[in-house]
Write a protein that binds this ligand. Structure first.
Ligand code: AMP
Length: 289
């Protein structure tokens, strides 16, 4: 199967219109590249649910804070195209330049979702989600996908984008895909490549911590958030090579903190942890019995 690589937004839109003209649906997988098995799983799902699959690869400057890793973020476009060609499920790669996505230079038009970004990554990365929603809105306008696939590793991002899409009346269905993990549990991430061997070994505690929260909520009847956070932090206690950014439990509906869990509630237990310049996140979503 041939994989078209498109960098111009008008050409991208024309490609989509041709697909619709032939009666095809389009599945979009937005990424920042440095593709790993987690991204490729989203592509697999997109191929199952849509006739044609587009993978966008764009390191979006407006979602990085001034002291974050925008410059250092891995850019591996040729390898990414190679990996997608080998997988054989994607039909087009949309890899625009910064100028293509921000054609007038300094950006003046933003899409912002209120409140859902107040805590977790929204609190520790001011402006991050405004950059994400703005660029994804633009990708939706250019590509006009029928469905779009996102990883639940970035659960807060998924909930924010879903809200945006409904409230902006984008004609696209958003689909959240469970986190793909290494054998020991570490969530796959483009930023894992920043870890040295010792940090990599310790980083597995993140997945243990979020799965312990899920276990306590779903199988041990724990409803006190304070106790849950204590248990999550206890799992992280053995890490000596990094610092906690946040360990939090929020209501899965509005992403606001809560003190006591009630039956039927969905709950997001989330962690961000910094190992040097690698800021890793993980989470679990539970349903309170
Ligand atoms: P990124 O390139 O980091 O912006 O990620 C692009 C998409 O891949 C986002 O929807 C992520 O949530 C998703 N993703 C990243 N890592 C994983 C993973 N380990 N499992 C599933 N989805 C992932």
């Amino acid at each position: 199967m041939s994989l078209e690589v498109i960098s111009n937004s008008k050409e991208m839109t024309a490609w989509s219109i041709r697909q619709f003209g032939s009666g095809h649906s389009i599945g979009l997988v937005p990424t920042m590249g440095a593709l790993h098995r987690g991204h490729l799983r989203l592509v697999d799902e997109a191929a199952l649910g849509s006739d044609k699959v587009v993978v966008s690869i764009f390191v979006n400057p407006t979602q990085f804070g001034p002291n974050e890793d925008l410059e250092a973020y891995p850019r591996t476009l040729n390898e990414d195209i190679q990996a997608l060609a080998e997988q054989g499920k994607a039909h087009a790669v949309f890899a625009p330049s910064v100028r293509e996505m921000y054609p007038l230079g300094v950006n003046k038009t933003w899409v912002f979702v209120d409140q859902l970004g107040d805590y977790l990554c929204g609190a520790s990365r001011p402006g991050h989600f405004r950059g994400v929603t703005t660029v994804v809105a633009r990708l939706f306008a250019i590509i006009q996908p029928t469905k779009s696939y996102f990883g639940l590793k970035d659960a807060q991002q998924f909930f924010i984008l879903r809200r945006m899409s409904i409230e902006m009346s984008f004609q696209v269905e958003l689909i959240g895909i469970p986190t793909v993990r290494e054998v020991d549990g570490l969530a796959l991430s483009s930023r894992n490549r920043y870890l040295n061997a010792a940090e990599r070994e310790q980083a597995v505690a993140l997945s243990r911590s979020v799965s312990e929260a899920k276990n306590l909520i779903e199988h041990h009847g724990e409803t006190k958030v304070e106790k849950l956070i204590e248990a999550m932090k206890a799992e992280l206690a053995g890490i000596t090579l990094g610092v906690i950014d946040y360990v939090e439990i929020v209501d899965g509906e509005n992403l606001q903190p809560c003190k006591v869990l009630t039956p039927g509630m969905s709950v997001l237990a989330a962690i961000a942890y910094k190992f040097g310049k690698a800021r890793l996140i993980d989470n679990s979503i539970s349903l309170v019995p």
